[in-house]
Write a protein that binds this ligand. Structure first.
Ligand code: UDX
Length: 449
């Protein structure tokens, strides 16, 4: 017994402080913990994940920083990332030093989110093995890297809207068009490129873990391997690897599950645009009119603060539209549970990578309405490569919404997408079972520790 204790090793993980990054990092932490590692999570004060009883086995430490909570809202996520990386560079070194001084266990490695690149220098100083964790996919990485190269060669010209024909493909990134490149809705290209340059640098990291699946993007993974020249471990979908601890930063409204229980199988479209997408009031209202006139049942999660310039509650917002009984609106849903519910037939999504994996993992076809960065890349792949969804582009008006919903929920085309989505679901399930590619990849990674 004692001997076993002595050999136990600890892993330090540094998530980026955003919902779409914290959840997969905690799923990875859980998977590693189940393999016998002790876990320390070093997180910022900003968007602090309150350790719940689900996370009681993990140790949490705080990286000191003095970022006001309003900064993300004021700066937007790209400038915020630049700032947080500068802010934590020195403080994390100090924090890691203090933590190591009190440690009994050997540190197997430091795993840091690719956007928390400040962690690399600190881990290097203490001669700890370093591993990058990518919560996005390999194609998104290839696109970020391509954006940096295009910018270095030709400046802003190839990346600015209107400089190319809408449909022009980026060389070697088929079927990605210039307009699908992961530019940000929140910051100029120069700022995104600064973040991307850093996040695409491996520094002294010895490997990368990535929340994707080999069968989804074989060629992008090979490309990533060639570019970084370190082992790449695709271990996803992580939410299917380990039973998810509760990592929601917002309170989940469980009442929508009771509502779904009352609906017929495969009869409801779920709508959610993730943790930081914004919509104009006009778009939300057009969406509501389109959903109502599609005559389909719908469950809609509208996050507080997600409507630009509006502080209205959902009830106030829809005071002029009669939402029929076949519609149910919540602020934040238990999304994984929703997508696994037999009543769900389709998902209107912003195509954040977690949402995309969660949808594909349940065999749910998607209506893709990306808002920013990698979501555009994911939407393109959902429509053109995996062929389990439709990408709604251009102005969002009620007729467009109604047609898209009916295409998925009623038309033969939707039926065919559903069949492909179910087949993809089986492939993803197989990948995380013994003998599957992600299962093997996680074990291969663990052997290196
Ligand atoms: C962003 C990026 O777009 C994404 O690709 C990147 O990897 C992380 O940051 P985000 O807007 O957070 O993503 O979306 P997504 O990656 O889909 O993550 C959102 C998470 O919130 C999902 O795990 C989803 O299940 C959860 N969610 C969302 C809820 O639990 N309830 C909701 O009502 C909405």
């Amino acid at each position: 017994m004692e001997e076993k204790q002595e050999r136990r090793k600890r892993i330090v993980l540094i998530p980026a402080p955003a919902q779409g990054h914290i959840s997969p990092m905690m799923q990875l932490a859980r998977a590693l913990h189940l393999k016998g590692f002790s876990i320390t999570v070093a997180q910022t004060k900003f968007n602090y994940l309150n350790p719940s009883k689900d996370l009681a086995d993990f140790q949490f430490i705080t990286i000191p920083e003095s970022l006001p909570a309003s900064d993300l809202k004021d700066l937007g996520p790209v400038w915020f990332l630049i700032k947080i990386n500068k802010e934590c560079e020195v403080s994390f070194k100090k924090c890691l030093g203090q933590f190591l001084a009190q440690q009994q266990e050997e540190i197997a490695c430091v795993i840091y989110d690719e956007f928390m690149y400040f962690a690399e220098a600190a881990a290097k100083e203490f001669k700890l093995p370093k591993v990058i964790f990518s919560t996005e996919n390999a194609t998104a990485f290839a696109c970020r890297s391509a954006m940096c190269k295009l910018y270095a060669k030709d400046g802003l010209a190839p990346l600015k809207e209107g400089c190319r024909s809408e449909e022009e493909l980026v060389p070697e990134l088929h079927p990605i068009r210039y307009k699908d490149l992961p530019t940000s809705a929140f910051a100029p290209v120069e700022a995104s490129v600064e973040v991307f340059k850093n996040s695409c640098e491996k520094g002294t990291a010895s490997s990368m873990i990535i929340n994707t699946v080999r069968c989804l993007e074989i060629s992008s993974l090979e490309r990533l391997q060639q570019e970084l020249k370190i082992p790449i471990y695709p271990v996803g979908p992580l939410h299917m690897v380990s039973s998810a601890p509760s990592t929601s930063l917002l309170e989940e409204n469980e009442s929508c599950i009771d509502w779904l229980d009352k609906q017929k199988p495969s009869s409801v479209i779920y709508i959610s645009l993730g943790s930081f997408t914004l919509m104009e009031t006009k778009e939300v209202l057009e969406m509501a009119f389109g959903l109502v006139s599609s005559n389909q049942y719908f469950l809609w999660a509208i996050r507080p603060g997600s409507i630009v310039g509006s502080e209205l509650s959902n009830e106030e917002l829809f005071s002029t539209i009669e939402i029929p009984d076949r519609g149910y609106i919540v602020k934040w849903a238990p999304q994984k549970q929703v997508l696994a519910h037999p009543a769900i037939r389709a998902f209107w999504s912003h195509c954040g990578w977690n949402s995309t994996l969660e949808s594909m993992g349940e065999g749910i076809p998607m209506i893709c309405r990306p808002f920013t960065t990698d979501q555009k890349v994911n939407a393109r792949y959902v429509e053109c490569v995996w062929r389990v969804g439709v990408h709604v582009e251009g102005e969002l008006e009620r007729g467009v919404v109604e047609r898209a919903v009916r295409r998925l929920m009623v038309d033969q085309e939707g039926e065919e997408m559903k069949i492909r989505a179910l087949s993809l679901k089986e492939k993803l399930r197989a990948s995380v079972l013994p003998g599957g590619s992600s299962h093997k990849s996680l074990n291969d990674f663990i052997k290196t520790l």
